[in-house]
Write a protein that binds this ligand. Sequence first.
Ligand code: NAD
Length: 499
Amino acid sequence: MTLSHAEFQAIASKLTPNGRAFIDGTFCDAADGGKFETTNPATGQVLAEVAHCKAADIDRAVVAARRVFDAGTWSRAEPEERKQVLLKVAQLIREHVHELAVLESLDTGKTINDCMAEIGGEVPKFFQWYAELADKTFGKIAPTGPRAMALITREPAGVAGAVLPWNFPLVMAAWKIAPALAVGCSAVVKPAEQTPLTAIRLAELMQQAGVPDGVINIVPGFGETAGAAIGLHNDIDTVSFTGSTEVGRMFMRYSGDSNLKGVGLEMGGKSPFIVLADAAIDDELIEHAAMSAFWNGGQNCSANMRQLIAAPLVEEFTARMVERVRSFTLGDPLDPATDIGSMITKDHKETVLSYIQSGVDEGADKIMGGNSELPGYFIEPTVFRNVSPGMRIAREEIFGPVLGIMPVATPEEALAIARDTDYGLHATVFTRDIDRAIDFARSLPCGTVSVNGFSEGDIKTPFGGYKQSGSMARDNGTEALEQYLQTKTIWIQTRPGSG
Ligand code: NAD
């Protein structure tokens, strides 16, 4: 049920967010008593003091996770039992959707509509989907001669680390926790320092659902301390990271410098949105173009921020985009009438503004947007035209509401520009020519290609990046399970004639 602005504000006024770590089934402070504040970026208001976990706390969480993993309480439980508990987690999230959505909106500056959609829709669906897979994931039997039987079995990897970004806090937590726990791993999860509150609340609901102590541990803290301690821990078997490419590289190094743990990386992007000359510039296309860029204020890894438009269409496209983007309302994230909330921090706002300035300095034509007069860290959606492929705003991930429109003369030019990037997360192409669509889908080196609509896919389809947007790992789909499973061969020698 959709609530009014006043009703969401009333929920917010009653919240008393918990900022303590959750280790071995107990809420606790950091071992050294350290704390940091988490604030509402739309107002600057402090929401909670949060446990500042460091290596000693990570170690405590890993010891608990290992103990319960080795005991088999969860890792060797009947798969149906894990399924029932994770289904209960999904149910509890749905029952607490308003509280969780308000908490998420306050901690991130995201709009309440997006938070409701994520926490009422996607997040419980992830738990439900992986719960349902818990008792439907089979091994294989290899063909052998009569003297052997060879079983190829899948076993949980052990203790899984997860290090999360701030742009979709609870969605990202669910992407990692649901498949890890479905297959029997224990988890040590570090939410982003900017947005720890919903993951901490989730731990409480998971305990209520029956997840045994030690199976889920939430350790808030900073990257250089808590994040690095997870990457470097010798008793974590696999780590799944979502965040920037720069930090993703560190996780590869951490693994090499410690126990060679498995590393799954989901990182940044600079994704193209391509409109070929035969496409119709209608309301639907404009809606996809606008949402692909400005959904979540552009703080989205798959944001389509390079819009490559066939030259004969570029004027009409630009005029209609500007009209659509002007209709977005910036403001209080708790107001359901708001379309775009706040940037996550003051520093991030300054970074985004410096990119806008670089676009102006490099000669792109800024036709709308820029700084906002609102208090908090708001930036108006910004559109540049006449962007050329070499400009910084065309090459680097800005992670804010800054769109560049580029005219392209031919489909070949569009493809060449789209491919010319270190990233490979996502691409969209609009065309009515099925052969072109298939050709583009096959030729674009990225993990998801979306044709005649912007979409990241859904829970059933794997999500991840080519090139420097990802490792070979994928989140979502049955592919996500690979991050949390080991393959074991059991070769059984048989005696001839014994049967
Ligand atoms: P970030 O890399 O700065 O931080 C991500 C996480 O890593 C945080 O928990 C942070 O504390 C931790 N971290 C930071 N420095 C660390 C270090 N030295 N050692 C260990 N851990 C460290 O990224 P962010 O700013 O939180 O998120 C934005 C980035 O995430 C963007 O690049 C975006 O594209 C990417 N992202 C990717 C996906 C995807 O699925 N591919 C999804 C969402 C976000």
